[in-house]
Write a protein that binds this ligand. Structure first.
Ligand code: SF4
Ligand code: SF4
Length: 80
């Protein structure tokens, strides 16, 4: 059953799914988000600790975890 209260679990599988989307996202590349923690799964682990960030685009809406958890907006790397 879908519920907006289900949080995204921090599992290796979910990190892997995330990297298919965040990993290819222009915002991720532009800001070298792989160098900062958390480096993936921002919707479950919180926003990036990158000191400054330019939002270029967000691929979250295409991600299966986004749909599965009824997430909205996206850009979790920046907005948490
Ligand atoms: S959260 Fe959205 S904007 Fe940030 S890296 Fe992932 S897909 Fe890109
Ligand atoms: S919704 Fe965005 S931050 Fe969350 S796993 Fe998917 S691509 Fe990553």
């Amino acid at each position: 059953m879908k519920s907006s209260t289900v949080s995204v679990e921090d599992t290796p599988e979910n990190r892997q799914i995330c990297m298919k989307y965040c990993g290819g996202c222009p915002t991720y590349k532009y800001n070298s988000l792989g160098k900062f923690q958390p480096d993936t799964l921002f919707c479950g682990r919180g926003r990036s600790s990158a000191p400054s960030m330019k939002e270029v685009n967000c691929y979250c809406p295409a991600c299966p975890l986004f749909d599965k958890h009824n997430l909205v907006i996206g850009r979790f790397c920046h907005r948490g």
